[in-house]
Write a new protein. Structure first.
Length: 557
């Protein structure tokens, strides 16, 4: 087969000479390039066959390094990103695979690029190319490695303070008074031993910059700032440099529509680098340093700018009773969905029996569940401010008011908690979701009650009436708030309940539920039989009998 490949390539018009061995074990064939017009050239191109080809790997085209950031669709290694070799196992012979790749190189890349038809494609992946530029420039001596923005692109240019966090070398583009900035710094742990103030010129741009339009010098940035900042703003941005105050770095943020660029201006304080037992100070650069800018604002991290509702959710206050196998993971999902304020109440401690189905693990044994969950989720998702209360629902409701609470989630499975919440909602009506799982997670339920609708019906607790299975007396149902007994089930089975409860909670928070209802995830008869013979679904749930699982919605009685 190797001989057939060599014969094919020896007769191909684009291959100009025999192969040579690469240091990575692959084989490269130089490609014949046409005469280039002025300004449209690169030094060389190679067809590279990886080690083990054709059984393993993909053939690729590698351009000379002078093509990087000059030609679109070229990676930092010089590899050309075009569709060509379909890869092994695709019903193509090795010769057909190489023919497709070489044809794509010539007709989809080479001639269109020479004709200028690809010039606009830098803008399609502008942030990717900026990442290459930053990586090429970075050194271990740089005082700053990364910038985090915590807000959306401003409407007008302005100058503000930011925070340089050391030894992490991360700049948070907001003052400590911004709660998200404080949460982010807290999440850095040992990388946040020192915080230094920096000056930031935050400049919105109407178009995405590409390699040909990136500022490349201090004078380029100075001209850009001069036409976008007023005299007072320029003075405020330049003042730290003239004072030579230690710690006053100057950063320019260029906020394009689809990504952001950062530049560290020269003239700042020296960089102190610790290596083992030695410490050394390096002077600041004489030229601008490109910086990678990461968006950490909730609209991006929790919604990728695809869910405008995230902005609204940031102001929502959710009260959650129960940080167990259901509640802990629901809280995590609420934070990921953009909920801004979560109050979590649970007096229970983490035990070894909880590990297999809880958000927490062995590192949290003997710790209060609510506090441990709040810490873990808060570190992972700083846009959610989570307050934990190591107390019973009764004590919390006696000490706190429901004023300002947008939605309550009761995930305890405790009838006493349901009764107390129902009474508290008489004085301060607010939406309520009661979520629970039946034994084996044969069914899971989310009962959503908008403001003004009560759970208790003439002092009668409705939970048993709403269940999908009539359980025998010897099946112990988990009551987390008052019993150490529990019914065994897997985390995979509980994941259905988590999704059901979370989606209904978000619908309630977003105003999508205006009448009381019960949403239930019900497993079919085959699942029940695997758990315990003799179980059967109630009449209302029998529609799920032939299915593995089915979501059923019905009005709350």
């Amino acid at each position: 087969m190797v001989a057939e490949i060599e014969v094919f390539l020896a007769n191909h018009l684009l291959i100009r000479s025999g192969p040579f061995r690469r240091s990575d074990g692959g084989v490269a064939y130089p490609i014949t390039l046409p005469p280039f017009p002025y300004g449209r050239e690169f030094v060389s191109a190679e067809l590279v066959l990886p080690r083990g080809f054709p059984e393993y790997g993909y053939a690729r085209i590698l351009l000379s390094k002078d093509a990087v950031l000059r030609i679109p669709h070229v990676e930092s290694s010089g590899a050309l990103c075009i569709e060509g070799d379909p890869g092994p196992g695709r019903d193509c012979s090795p010769e057909q695979r190489l023919a497709l790749l070489l044809h794509a190189f010539e007709h989809d890349f080479l001639w269109p690029w020479i004709a200028g038809q690809l010039d606009g494609e830098f803008a399609q992946e502008a942030q990717h190319y900026w990442t290459i530029q930053v990586a090429r420039s970075r050194t271990h001596r740089d005082p700053i490695h990364l910038v985090w923005t915590v807000d959306s692109r401003p409407l007008k240019p302005f100058v503000r303070k930011g925070l340089l966090v050391l030894p992490g070398r991360i700049v948070v583009a907001a003052p400590m008074e911004v709660s998200l900035a404080a949460s982010l710094i807290n999440s850095l742990g040992a990388n946040a031993k020192q915080i230094i103030s920096v000056s930031i010129a935050d400049i919105p741009l109407s178009l995405d910059l590409t390699p040909s339009t990136w500022p490349t010098s201090t004078s380029d940035l100075d001209r850009m700032l001069a036409v976008r900042l007023d005299v007072a703003q320029l003075e405020a941005f330049s003042r730290p440099l003239r004072r030579r105050a230690r710690g006053n770095h100057r950063i320019v943020l260029l906020r394009c529509p689809s990504y952001s660029l950062g530049y560290l201006m020269p003239g700042g304080p020296p960089t102190v680098v610790e290596s083992g037992k030695s410490t050394r100070a390096y002077p600041s650069r004489r030229e601008i340093q490109p910086l990678l800018v990461n968006r950490i604002d909730p609209s991006w991290t929790e919604g990728r700018d695809q869910h405008p509702v995230v902005f609204h959710r940031q102001s929502r206050h959710v009260l959650v009773f129960g940080a167990g196998a259901l509640g802990s993971i629901v809280v995590d999902h609420l934070a990921k969905a953009g909920i801004g304020f979560i109050f979590l109440v649970d007096p229970d401690i983490m035990s070894a029996a909880n590990i297999g189905r809880h958000l927490l693990g062995a590192e949290s044994l003997e710790k209060n569940k609510a506090k441990a969950v709040a810490r873990r989720v808060g570190l992972s998702h700083p846009s959610a401010r989570i307050s934990a209360f190591d107390m019973t629902a009764e004590d919390w409701l006696q000490e706190h008011s429901l004023v300002g609470i947008d939605t309550i989630l009761d995930l305890t499975g405790d009838p006493d908690v349901r009764w107390r919440i129902d009474r508290a909602r008489i004085d301060h009506p607010c939406p309520l979701l009661i979520g629970w799982m039946e034994p084996f997670v044969a069914a899971a339920h989310a009962c959503t009650l908008p403001s003004g609708f009560r759970w208790m019906q003439d002092t009668h607790d409705m939970l048993a009436d709403l269940q999908a299975v009539e359980w025998p007396a010897d099946v112990t149902q988990r009551e987390p708030a008052c019993s150490s007994l529990f019914q065994s089930y897997t985390a995979a089975a509980a994941a259905y309940a988590v999704a059901l409860v979370t989606e209904n909670a978000l619908a309630l928070l977003d105003g999508g539920i205006d009448s009381p209802k019960v949403s239930s995830w019900v497993r079919g008869q085959a699942y029940l039989d695997r758990q315990r013979p003799g179980l059967s679904l109630r009449d209302w749930a029998s529609v799920a009998t032939p299915h593995d699982g089915l979501i059923i919605e019905r009005p709350f009685p």
